[in-house]
Write a protein that binds this ligand. Sequence first.
Ligand code: F6P
Length: 360
Amino acid sequence: MGEFKRIGILTSGGDCAGLNAVIRAVVCRAVGTYNWEVLGIRQATQGLMSSPPEFMLLDLDKMDRLLTAGGTVLGTTNKGDPFAFPMPDGTVLDRSEDIIAGYRELGLDAIIGIGGDGSLAILRRLALQGNLNLVAIPKTIDNDLGSTEHSIGFDTAVNIATEALDRLHFTAASHSRVMILEVMGRDAGHIAISAGIAGGADVILIPEIPYTIANVCKKIYDRQNQGKNYSLIVVSEAVRTEEGEPVMSTNRLGQCRLGGIGQYLSDKICDCSGAETRVTVLGHTQRGGTPSPLDRLTASAFGVAAVDLIADGKYDQMVSWQNRQVVSVPIADAIAQYRAVDLNGTLVKTARGLGICLGD
Ligand code: F6P
């Protein structure tokens, strides 16, 4: 059975559906199979930064109902780079050594970090600096990590966006409107193109493909000429204005976030075609709630595989889904390979083949 280990697990970056399912799988494997101890670190690396470190002992009894629960019981954050950590007095400090000290204080033999590219880059830097035994699990609704076919959270986000399109379809048809759905995804259009195809959109706009309003309006006219008085448009949040300007806003805390391209398109399409338009911004509904069966499955397989990597002493690795199985890849490779929507890939070809307008 091998020697006893105490391992940590943390969730980092934006939450998404399936994080709790990963935690459950890790505990089932580590405690259930190997008889190890699992400490859940609270609030990403901030739990290790605190003195004393903030954690919860994760035993099998605490895993009931976690498979289907949204969010993360450990808490997470997508702000506060520990290498340039904003302190309450306004100064910025390198807190990396505090995190490494937290890992040592808890007596961890290894740590599992669940995150997207940004979080995994930070965790790897910490691991190299402190000689920490790190294993990574990919999660991001944006699905932009190049070295894995699935990242936890993406499938649920696509399901939610598809369901929204299914619902908008009826109102679009009933009111003869152009309905615009703005979805997340950061700089990649994976959610938009996947949900757009699955949800029968007439126009899909993604950051990877430049568009013109004239092309979008032509699609609307063509449909009208075929007796179809409504259209469904899905747009990724990072699509720019026709002039190439990003559409974003800054909140009271000074945080700059993508959003607003749906309203921009609505006004432009109304001006150009005279169509009555409405906008739905799906926002964080894409991240919360019950994970889809595929996300539960991926989370379960990744959790078990990550613990097995630790049992085998294989560190600095990320579990990855490739060719119908879970493999592991060096974290360095995983974070180096960004994946945008492939312009010659199956989804773009499928959309074009179905007659969906991609704006170009
Ligand atoms: O990276 C995940 C993501 O949901 C993006 O799709 C989106 O742009 C961003 O996070 C939103 O971040 P926040 O939760 O900070 O508003």
